[in-house]
Write a protein that binds this ligand. Structure first.
Ligand code: BJW
Length: 232
């Protein structure tokens, strides 16, 4: 059975990472659609760097929860038959045991050079605009995908969605494309579809089945079900 799992901010909520669109959302009163843009970065680069520097530093104080760990277990059982694509820029899937994670919206622990296009592993701050290890210019920005930019690796994602027998969406509001369109794309290509989310998402009606509750409970239970079927 080929499985594609899409995750969003909700899977990291129980680890203490704020989501975007819930009441205590990450952007403190700003609509994410207004601030997560290249234009916002051009207008106030220092402010944006400080914001992402703080989120990068905060990774040291959070840990994967049972939902991340369950997906790590699923990867060990399914191997290449699992494709895990996340909209999250944290590293909690990796720390939860997943070795192959496709970060379609980029990663906090990476920097992108606006001059030469290099993507470099980065754990420190960027607010002082350090030189790029590739070209030396001081054009490093957070390696994340803002509105109007193209998510990473779309061709590969679409190939996996076309081949999937099961598509599972975990902890995402379904408000942001192209990820919000994966459910209908996968269904059109023959996949069964399942939503695991705290509450019905904007796209809940598109799924064959939806289960609602905390990811830390729903995901381990679902993984146990799949492993039971695979082992039977
Ligand atoms: C729990 C829980 C618990 C809570 N357990 N659940 C008009 C129509 C259609 C599309 C467009 C349009 N105008 C423009 C567009 C395109 C645009 C878009 O979608 N805009 C919308 C506003 C309509 N999209 C883009 O621009 C994208 N690029 C693009 O389309 O390029 C063109 C192209 C595509 C493909 C091929 C070729 C070309 C880029 C989008 C970039 C989004 N970037 C951000 C910021 C990343 C960096 C950062 O982290 O700071 O990505 S915005 C933000 O939203 C972030 C997230 O990844 C993304 C999705 O959020 P997510 O994960 O769903 O979080 P929430 O908070 O919304 O939801 C959390 C959910 O969890 C909730 O449902 C909770 O209930 C639940 N939950 N606790 C389980 N314990």
């Amino acid at each position: 059975m080929r499985v594609v799992v899409l995750t969003g901010a909700g899977i990291s909520a129980e680890s203490g990472v704020p989501t975007f669109r819930d009441a205590d959302g990450l952007w403190e009163g700003h609509r994410v659609e207004d601030v997560a843009t290249p234009e916002a970065y051009d207008a106030q680069p220092q402010l944006v760097q400080e914001f992402y520097d703080a989120r990068r530093a905060a990774l040291a104080h959070v840990a994967p929860n049972p939902a991340h760990e369950a997906l790590g277990r699923l990867e060990r059982a399914l191997g290449d038959d699992l494709f895990l694509v996340t909209q999250n820029i944290d590293d909690l899937h990796e720390r939860g045991g997943s070795q192959h994670v496709h970060h379609m919206h980029g990663e906090l622990r990476s920097a992108l050079c606006r001059a030469c296009g290099s993507r470099v592993a980065w754990d420190g701050p960027l607010v002082d605009f350090p030189g790029c290890p590739g070209c030396g210019l001081t054009e490093l920005r957070p390696d994340v995908v803002w509105f109007g930019e193209v998510p990473y690796g779309m061709d590969e994602i679409l190939v996996h969605l076309q081949r999937a027998d099961l598509f599972v969406s975990i902890g995402t509001s379904g408000a942001v494309y192209p990820a919000a369109g994966f459910v209908t794309f996968a269904a059109r290509h023959g996949a069964r579809t399942l939503e695991l989310n705290l509450v019905p998402s904007e796209g809940s009606a598109f799924f064959d089945e939806a289960r609602h509750g905390p990811a830390g409970v729903l995901v381990p239970a679902w993984v146990d079900e799949v492993l039971g079927e695979v082992m039977a």
